[in-house]
Structures are given as C-alpha cells and as structure tokens.
Design a protein around this ligand. Structure first.
Ligand SMILES: NC(=O)c1ccc[n+]([C@@H]2O[C@H](COP(=O)([O-])OP(=O)(O)OC[C@H]3O[C@@H](n4cnc5c(N)ncnc54)[C@H](O)[C@@H]3O)[C@@H](O)[C@H]2O)c1
Length: 288
C-alpha cells in the first residue's frame, strides 16, 4: 500500500487468499502472496488472472483498475513476509494450523506490523495469545469474493490496540469497503447465524422437501437474499463449512452446529463447491 501500510502480506493462497490478493492488487496495493504449497500458488495465479479478466469485462472491457495494478509476488517461505507492515492470514480453518502459523509469524515480523486473521469462526483471542504481541492481532472476516463484497466483519479482541484497528481500517477503506467492528466470540456474528442456515438447508435436501434450486429461489424471493444458502455454500467451499461447523460445535455444543450428513457426504466425495466444479450445483468448466 503506497500510503501508510507498506506492502501487504497474504498468507494462504486458497479460495480466500487468492481472492484477497486479487482485490488488493486491483486497488494498487503491493502484495506478497505466500503459501506453503507451490501448487496452491499456481492455482491462485490462475484464479487471480481469471478474476482480473472478469473485472475488466464487467468494467466495460476498457482499461484496468482505477489505481493501476499493484505488484504481486508469489512466495513459499514465511520469512519472505518479514518486510510487510500488515499481514492477512487466510490458512485452513483449523485452530492448530493457525496457532502454529501465528507463533511463527510473530517471530518473523517487525513488532510494529499488524496481523489480521481471516477466519470463518475461530476466536481471534486464542490466536493472539499464542503470540508475544497480542495487541497487533485483529480479526478481519472478509466475504468471498473479496473484490465484489462491500463489507468486512472486523473483530477486536480485548488485547487489540487501536493502532492495529486503524491500520486495518485504512486498508479496508482503500479496498472501497465498509466495516463493522464486533467483539470476539466464536463465529462472531455472520457465521454463527449463516452456518446454521446452510447446515439446515442441506438437511432439508436429505428430507426430500425441496431441490437446491427451490431452496435458493425461496430465500431470494421471500427474504431478499442475493444468492440463497446453498449457492452461498458452494462459493464458500463445503470443506470450509464443515470445518467451521466443527469449530462452532466445540464452542457451543452439538445441538445447533453438528454438520448434517449431507455436508459430510459431499466432503467425502470431494464435492466441495465451485472450487472443485461440483457442490450443490455443477459448474462445468468454471471451477474457481
Ligand atoms: N471460503 C470462504 O468463503 C471464506 C470466507 C471468509 C473467511 N474464510 C476463512 O479464510 C481461511 C481460508 O479459507 P479458504 O476457503 O481460502 O481455505 P482453502 O482451503 O481454500 O485454502 C487454505 C490455504 O492455506 C494454505 N496453508 C495451510 N497451512 C499453511 C501454512 N502453515 N502456511 C501457509 N499456507 C498454508 C493451504 O495450502 C491452502 O492453500 C479460513 O480460515 C476460512 O475459514 C473463508
């Protein structure tokens, strides 16, 4: 970021990391995208190129983003993030994986760097406390796809410093988005509610009450949802939804959040949504 945040590091080049890197560079923000898996970086490069093409088309086919594209580099070593003033972590929704990474990031980054956690549900305080600098850790729950979503759910832990919130806020504004700052509790606001909808909508299919199309049409037509719970689930990724439901179950008990049999079968069969080309819907030739 040319103004006050320097280069932004994005850790994890899956669905969210790639989407975030694309949105950042489209706004002229210099970005380093890091993933331990070189194949994930390669896949992310394809997704980012496809996202850029789509953005140019929807902008009328002319020119690039208003700010001009920001530099984007792809790296596999966490150490390559050492110079970043703001790092946004987007690795797998698994507390142990995230904890190990935050411990590592904390040793590598300058103490003045801000660490934003992009998580669907994992309480941010627990991650902040595995580091020696919990004051610079803040939650940033971005929506997918990042480039076209207008809101970020920002999570302030009891330890988060105002300067860390301010630096994240500046980046969110630079991306053209609004934010709502909430307290830290597993699932925050959005996913504590949304995951229940998605899980129950999947169970409705197993009860032969309706088809995916019917469920989503009802949600669009009756309550004004833009996509409906099942198409939303495909965009998020069914594996990420099951991970998130497990995090919510651990925090709030099994009654509300145990993943439905339908979701578990989909994960077993590799029907993970848009990213694998098949979820509740089939996406011929557009796995992303
Ligand atoms: N998918 C969504 O719609 C969505 C929306 C908001 C937030 N999130 C959250 O964002 C995070 C990422 O989700 P996703 O859907 O992109 O997952 P994903 O499975 O698509 O990608 C995760 C990536 O993290 C990488 N990774 C794992 N451990 C790593 C490590 N130690 N260092 C570097 N890279 C590592 C993996 O190689 C993989 O490429 C999760 O916490 C998820 O809950 C997801």
């Amino acid at each position: 970021m040319a103004d006050d945040s320097g280069v932004v590091g994005v850790v994890g080049a899956g669905v969210m990391g790639a989407s975030l890197a694309q949105a950042l560079t489209a706004r002229g923000v210099a970005t380093v995208l890091q993933d331990a898996d070189p194949a994930a970086l390669q896949e992310a490069a394809h997704r980012i190129a496809a996202g850029d093409r789509l953005a140019r088309l929807t902008a009328g086919g002319s020119g690039g983003p208003a700010d001009g594209p920001g530099r984007l580099s792809y790296v596999t070593a966490t150490e390559e993030l050492a110079h970043c003033a703001l790092v946004i972590e987007n690795v797998t929704e698994d507390a142990r994986v995230k904890e190990a990474l935050h411990d590592r990031l904390d040793r590598i980054l300058d103490p003045g760097a801000v660490v934003a956690v992009n998580t669907s549900a994992i309480a941010v305080s627990g991650l902040a406390l595995v580091t020696g600098h919990p004051e610079r850790v803040v939650g940033a729950h971005f929506m997918n796809p990042v480039a076209t979503s207008s809101m970020v759910e920002v999570i302030r832990t009891p330890y988060t410093a105002q300067w860390a919130l301010d630096r994240l806020g500046a980046l969110v504004r630079r991306l053209g988005k609004d934010s709502v700052v909430v307290a830290d509790a597993t699932g925050f606001v959005i996913n504590r509610c949304l995951m229940m909808f998605i899980n129950e909508a999947a169970a409705v299919l197993d009860d032969d009450v309706a088809s995916p199309q019917q469920v989503d049409r009802l949600f669009r037509g009756c309550v004004g949802h833009r996509t409906g719970p099942l198409r939303t689930a495909d965009i998020i990724g069914i594996d990420t939804i099951v991970h998130t439901l497990r995090v919510l179950t651990d925090a709030y008990g099994p009654e509300r959040f145990t993943p439905s049999a339908r979701l578990l079968r989909m994960v077993r069969d590799g029907h993970l949504g848009r990213k694998t080309g098949r979820g509740f819907y089939i996406y011929a030739g557009e796995a992303s």
